[in-house]
Design a protein around this ligand. Structure first.
Ligand code: C2E
Ligand code: CA
Ligand code: CA
Ligand code: CA
Length: 273
């Protein structure tokens, strides 16, 4: 029919063809990125509010492709998850981050944590526990210096398998953190059953903080919730002095954000201690 013909035309619009083409090109490049050494980790310091000292680093992946330039993880991580490439990429991130923090400890830098982001897809892989255990063995990193970040949405995922894996990881001695807390999935009852050590206040609330507004009320509530549950709490995306003051006043444990440090290459980390 005419209707159908019209729809088919819409499905093949030049803009959509272009998008499919771009996605295909990106995916093809992503398949080769690991072997071509196009990934690098940057590290963003996490600062104690009470002592102002650096207590941790978050590893954040960067992809520099010779043809496509720098591609944001916000773009390629979802693609890596869809294609399953997140498994080898995630393994590379874990290995690199653990080897790096161990190297810094051996060099005499203060013993601080290394936080690594894990996708839900990685938690669903059967061998995550042995992967993490194997990497700790290989690198000689003590488990207590590794922190795994799982997003609130992944933690809220219905599968009990994930809770089980989290408990096993905890037994290994690594710490666990819930990323993007408050970003939309109601995991309050979930928090009871998850063996987590820390929650990260979602950046959107930090961004919006000003006196007496709703973001401020939410941020305060999350800090209080963490305290009541005896969890550590960190605010990320902190960019201004007044945000620092807010988190100081309400006794948030730690801060991560451009106000103190942007994510930086390994070579620069050595210079900030
Ligand atoms: P995320 O885990 O929530 O990481 C925080 C993001 O906020 C990072 O963006 C960081 O560079 C940025 N950020 C930190 N402080 C500030 C600030 O003060 N202001 C602003 N505007 N931004 C700030 P990035 O590095 O582009 O990463 C984006 C997301 O990509 C991450 O969000 C995480 O979900 C994902 N990602 C990055 N590296 C990895 C990885 O190795 N594995 C996995 N699975 N995901 C990763
Ligand atoms: Ca994170
Ligand atoms: Ca986050
Ligand atoms: Ca995020």
């Amino acid at each position: 029919s005419k209707e159908k013909g019209k729809n088919q035309y819409t499905l093949c619009s030049p803009a959509m063809k272009e998008e499919v083409l771009q996605k295909t090109q990106l995916t093809n490049s992503l398949y080769r990125a690991l072997e071509r050494n196009e990934f690098v980790l940057h590290y963003q310091p996490q600062v104690s509010v009470s002592t102002q000292e650096i207590v941790g680093l978050e590893a954040l992946i960067r992809w520099n492709n010779p043809e496509l330039g720098m591609i944001s993880p916000a773009t390629f991580i979802p693609l890596a998850e869809q294609t399953g490439l997140i498994i080898p990429i995630g393994q590379w991130v874990l290995e690199t981050a653990c080897r790096q923090i161990k190297e810094w400890q051996v060099m005499g830098l203060p013993p601080i944590r290394m936080a690594v982001n894990l996708s839900l897809v990685q938690f669903q892989e059967r061998n995550l526990l042995s992967l993490v255990g194997g990497i700790l063995n290989e690198t000689g990193l003590e488990a207590k210096y590794l922190e795994l970040e799982i997003t609130e949405s992944a933690a809220a995922d219905g599968e009990d398998d994930i809770v089980h894996v989290l408990h096993e990881l905890k037994e290994l001695g690594v710490s666990l953190s819930i990323d993007d807390f408050g970003s939309g999935y109601s995991s309050l009852s979930r928090l009871k059953t998850l063996p987590v050590d820390r929650i990260k206040i979602d950046m959107q609330f930090v961004r919006g903080i000003s006196t007496g507004n709703k973001d401020e009320a939410i941020a305060k509530t999350i800090i209080q919730l963490a305290k009541n549950l005896e969890l550590q709490v960190i605010a990320e995306g902190v960019e201004t002095a007044s945000q620092v003051e807010f988190f100081n006043t309400y006794k948030c444990d730690e801060i991560q954000g451009y106000y103190f440090y942007k994510p930086m290459p390994a070579s620069e980390v050595e210079g900030i201690f």
